[in-house]
Ligand binder design. Structure first.
Ligand SMILES: Cc1ncc(COP(=O)(O)O)c(C=O)c1O
Length: 416
């Protein structure tokens, strides 16, 4: 795009939308009129398949069939069944993913389990810029497993891994940085960890459902992620845990609840893990949310990870180009190179919070992250190129008119 007129940019964007391979998937979502939704990396939009599915669970499965539904519609097997559906989006063959608990809890289970797979090693390496829960859970898991936590950014990790050598038990990283949107090389970091005999554990919260994630092909050992961002499972949707098949027999996770037992209904008093990924279950899952997530994942039917990645890069690329063409020169925190870009664009502004509020007032919903990040997520199933240009134009108008300086955009709610 070389033009600076917003109208011309919108025309080009409409053409891109008309020819996009994923043009039809937006119709699978309920999206409010007049809203450009760029926060699917925080809470995904509502897939149309979810309300009737949840209504059926509530009214029929629960309301009419009552406890019989555990067997009749296999509530019991839902965690691993939905796990396999998530597995299709993250390059995991069946039998390695379970949907359960929260990302935080799964990270704790994964890291302690990883440490127990590498006895005699003393260090857990992780990213100082991780989402806070990842750091907190790494510290908690390290305390339980008797590991020392060392910090190195993904950019520094190869050197840190080499220096740690055989003392490293596990390297725990996010594939995409939640704040900057930088995408890290999952396969290379995994290989570096394996080079010293350690394991690699990945947080996929900001990558699964928006790009190619090749867990099996990259040799990843463990991974976690949430159900409510790009997977569109709804607020509080359960999370997932991946354990590579080669580790499952020895995967000794610390939260030994009854649903991970080999014979849960034998009511034994000594814990014996179930075979396979079932051992990563803990207690009774939130079935309304879990089955809502199962329905939500049908929005991905017929869509390949390569198509998601192509659409995502096209959207973020269009947005960045539109900013340039419209003369918006906020420094991006997200790398411009495609191979280093996740599915969001983060821009720095000293009054980023107020800028986000002013955008929301114009119907462009993104979010703010400390200290100075305007964060805009481009969910490839339902964001359009026209949305990307509309958002760039709204940002130009906010900044040019200094709209963010109004008092009304300075008050913060509990959630930013
Ligand atoms: C990278 C990352 N990990 C974890 C979480 C949240 O963890 P939980 O699902 O346990 O709340 C987030 C939430 O935004 C995140 O961005």
């Amino acid at each position: 795009m070389t033009t600076t007129s917003a109208e011309d940019l919108l025309g080009l964007a409409a053409e891109l939308d008309a020819h996009a391979p994923l043009a039809g998937t937006r119709d699978r979502f309920v999206l409010p009129e007049g809203i450009v939704y760029l926060d699917g990396n925080s809470l995904g939009a509502l897939p149309k398949a979810v309300p009737p599915a949840v209504a059926d669970v509530v009214e029929h499965q629960w309301g009419q069939r009552l406890i019989r539904s555990w067997n009749e519609v296999d509530w019991w097997g839902a965690q691993t069944r939905v796990g396999d559906a998530v597995g299709r989006l993250v390059g995991a063959a069946p039998g390695q993913v379970v949907v359960t608990d929260s990302t935080s809890v799964n990270l704790f289970k994964a890291i302690v389990g990883a440490a127990r797979l590498r006895p005699g090693r003393s260090v857990l390496l992780t990213d100082p810029d991780s989402f806070p829960t990842d750091l907190f859970m790494a510290q908690a898991a390290a305390r339980m497993a008797g590991l020392e936590v060392r910090l190195a950014t993904p950019a520094e990790s190869a050197g840190a891994i080499r220096a740690l050598g055989p003392s490293l038990a596990v390297a725990a990283y996010s594939q995409v940085d939640y704040r900057t949107g930088e995408k890290w090389d999952l396969a290379a970091l995994t290989e570096a960890a394996h080079g010293v005999g350690a394991l690699a554990c990945w947080d996929l919260c900001h990558s699964a459902g928006a790009m190619v994630v090749d867990l099996d092909a990259s040799g990843a050992d463990l991974a976690v992620g949430c159900g409510y961002k790009y997977l569109n499972g709804g607020p509080g949707a359960p999370a997932y845990l991946y354990v590579a098949a080669r580790h499952l027999g020895d995967f000794d996770q610390p939260l030994t609840g009854w649903q991970g037992h080999a014979r849960p209904f034998a009511m034994e008093t000594t814990y014996e893990p179930a075979p396979g990924i079932t051992r990563a279950r803990v207690g009774t899952p939130p079935l309304l949310s879990l089955l809502g997530l199962e329905a939500a994942l049908t929005a991905y039917d017929g869509v390949t990870a390569e198509q998601l990645r192509a659409q995502s890069l096209s959207l973020t690329g269009t947005f960045l180009e539109a900013l340039g063409a419209l003369g918006v020169d906020l420094p991006p925190a997200t790398p411009r190179q495609e191979e280093r870009r996740g599915s969001q664009v983060s821009l720095r502004h000293p009054e980023a919070f107020a800028v986000v509020q002013a955008l929301i007032a114009r119907g462009v919903i993104g979010d703010f992250r400390e200290p100075d990040i305007v964060r805009l997520g481009f969910a490839p199933l339902y964001v359009t190129h026209v949305d990307a240009v509309t958002a760039a134009t709204a940002l130009r108008d906010v900044l040019a008119g200094r709209k963010h300086e109004r008092d009304e955009f300075r008050s913060r709610g509990a959630v930013t």
